[in-house]
Design a protein around this ligand. Structure first.
Ligand SMILES: [Zn+2]
Length: 385
C-alpha cells in the first residue's frame, strides 16, 4: 500500500491524497459505506459503484460468527465471495466483543476477550492473534489492529489500562504475518483524556505502521468532545500516512474532521437513518438530519427531499411521494432514502477533495454548512485560525 499526500490546505490542514491498494486507488478524503454482513444493507453493489464509493468496510465479528471467515476464505476471500472488486477495510471485531462486556456477556483478560455470541450462544475467544487470523482469512486490504475499547464513561484508570493493553496488543498484531496485499492500521485510544490520547498515539506511532486510526470517538461523547479530540490529535498523526477517523459520519462531522486533517471515514448512519425515514439536508444554517414525515412534505409535488441535490432519488421523486412511501412502509423507500444519504456523504468528501486541490477549501466549507448560522464559536475558530 502506498499513500501520497497531494495537497494540504495551508489555512486548515485539510488534506487530499491518494491511497494505492492492490484492489484500486482511493482518492482521499474518502467516505466508506459499511457492509456489515458483507453487503451494504439494502443497497445492491452496482448502486454502491454508481454512487462512486471507492472502498467499503466489512465487520470482522459478524462475518466470523456467520458464515465464518474460513468459509469466506474457501470462496477466495471477501472480494471474490461478494464480487466487490474494490478495496475492503475490515474492523478488528474489538468494538463488538467489547460491547458484549458492557452487557455483562464477556470476560476481558490481558490476552483477549471471552464472549458468548448472540446468534448461536456459543463461547468464543478473541485476542490480537485471533483477530488477525480472521482478517487474514477474509483477505481485506486494510486490516485494523485489535484494540481495547473502553466505554465513554470509563474512569481515568480504566482508560489508562486500555491504552496500555492496546499498545501491547497492537505489537502482537504487527508481528502477525498477514497476506502480502494487506496493511495493518493501529487504533489510537485514550478516551476523553488528552494526555492519555497523546501517550497512546506516541507509543503506536513508534511502531511505524502504514496508516493510523483514531478510535473510541463515537461511543457516547458530546459533539464538542469529539471535535476537541479530533482537532488536537489529527495533526500529531504522521503526515505521510493515511488518517482514519472511525465511526464518524454526518455531513457536519465530515466537514469538521476533514478540516482538522483526517482522511478516511466510515459510518452506518446513511442506511440506518433511512429505516427511520431520516435524511441529511443542507439548510442555510448548516447540515441537519430531518424526517421525511414533516408536514410540509405532504403536498409538495415539485421539490425533492433536498433541493439542488443531484442524487438518483432527488432527481426522480417528490417529497410528497417519498413521504407517502415511508408512511405506508413500502420497502423501496428505505433504498431511496439511503441512496440520498450515501450520495450526500460520498459526494461531500469528493467535493472537499476537489476544493483542497484547487486551493479554495476555506471558501468551500464557508458555503457548505459548518459556518452557517448555527455554527459554534469553536467551529469559527477552527476555520479562522
Ligand atoms: Zn438527494
Amino acid at each position: 500500500m502506498k499513500f501520497t499526500l497531494q495537497k494540504v490546505c495551508p489555512k486548515t490542514g485539510a488534506r487530499a491524497g491518494l491511497l494505492e491498494t492492490e484492489h484500486g486507488v482511493i482518492e482521499t478524503p474518502v467516505f466508506m459505506p459499511v457492509a456489515t454482513k458483507g453487503s451494504v444493507r439494502g443497497i445492491p453493489w452496482e448502486t454502491i459503484k454508481e454512487l462512486g464509493a471507492q472502498i467499503v468496510l466489512a465487520n470482522t465479528y459478524h462475518l466470523h460468527i456467520r458464515p465464518g471467515d474460513k468459509l469466506i476464505q474457501k470462496a477466495g476471500g471477501l472480494h471474490k465471495w461478494s464480487n466487490w472488486s474494490g478495496p475492503f477495510l475490515t474492523d478488528s471485531g474489538g468494538f463488538q466483543v467489547f460491547s458484549f462486556a458492557r452487557r455483562g456477556k464477556a470476560k476481558i483478560m490481558d490476552s483477549g476477550v471471552t464472549f458468548k455470541d448472540d446468534l448461536e450462544g456459543k463461547m468464543h475467544f478473541m485476542g490480537p492473534k485471533e483477530s488477525m487470523e480472521i482478517q487474514k482469512n477474509l483477505g481485506s486490504d486494510i486490516v485494523m489492529a485489535f484494540d481495547h475499547c473502553p466505554p465513554a464513561d470509563a474512569t481515568r484508570e480504566g482508560i489508562d489500562y486500555s491504552v496500555n493493553l492496546t499498545t501491547e496488543w497492537t505489537k502482537q498484531c504487527m508481528d502477525y504475518e498477514l497476506q502480502s496485499h494487506q496493511s495493518l492500521f493501529p487504533i489510537v485510544q485514550g478516551g476523553r483524556f488528552e494526555d492519555l490520547r497523546h501517550k497512546s498515539l506516541k507509543e503506536l506511532v513508534k511502531l511505524d505502521a502504514p496508516g493510523y486510526a483514531l478510535g473510541g470517538v463515537s461511543v457516547g461523547e458530546s459533539r464538542e468532545e469529539v471535535d476537541r479530540i479530533v482537532q488536537t490529535m489529527a495533526n500529531e498523526l504522521p503526515s505521510n500516512k493515511p488518517r482514519y477517523l472511525m465511526g464518524v459520519g454526518t455531513p457536519r462531522d465530515l466537514l469538521m474532521s476533514v478540516t482538522s486533517g483526517m482522511d478516511m471515514f466510515d459510518c452506518i448512519l446513511p442506511t440506518r437513518l433511512s429505516r427511520h425515514g431520516s435524511f441529511f439536508r443542507k439548510n442555510p444554517e448548516g447540515w441537519k438530519t430531518e424526517s421525511v414525515t414533516q408536514k410540509e412534505f405532504t403536498e409538495d409535488f415539485n421539490n425533492p427531499i433536498m433541493k439542488n441535490c443531484q442524487c438518483p432519488t432527488c432527481s426522480q421523486f417528490s417529497r410528497a411521494y417519498i413521504k407517502h412511501l415511508f408512511k405506508r412502509s413500502e420497502i423501496t423507500v428505505y433504498y431511496y432514502i439511503a441512496v440520498h444519504n450515501l450520495y450526500t456523504l460520498i459526494n461531500l468528501t469528493k467535493n472537499m477533495r476537489k476544493a483542497i486541490l484547487e486551493d479554495r477549501f476555506v471558501e468551500f466549507i464557508k458555503s457548505n454548512g459548518i459556518l452557517g448560522e448555527s455554527s459554534t464559536e469553536k467551529e469559527y475558530n477552527l476555520v479562522n485560525t
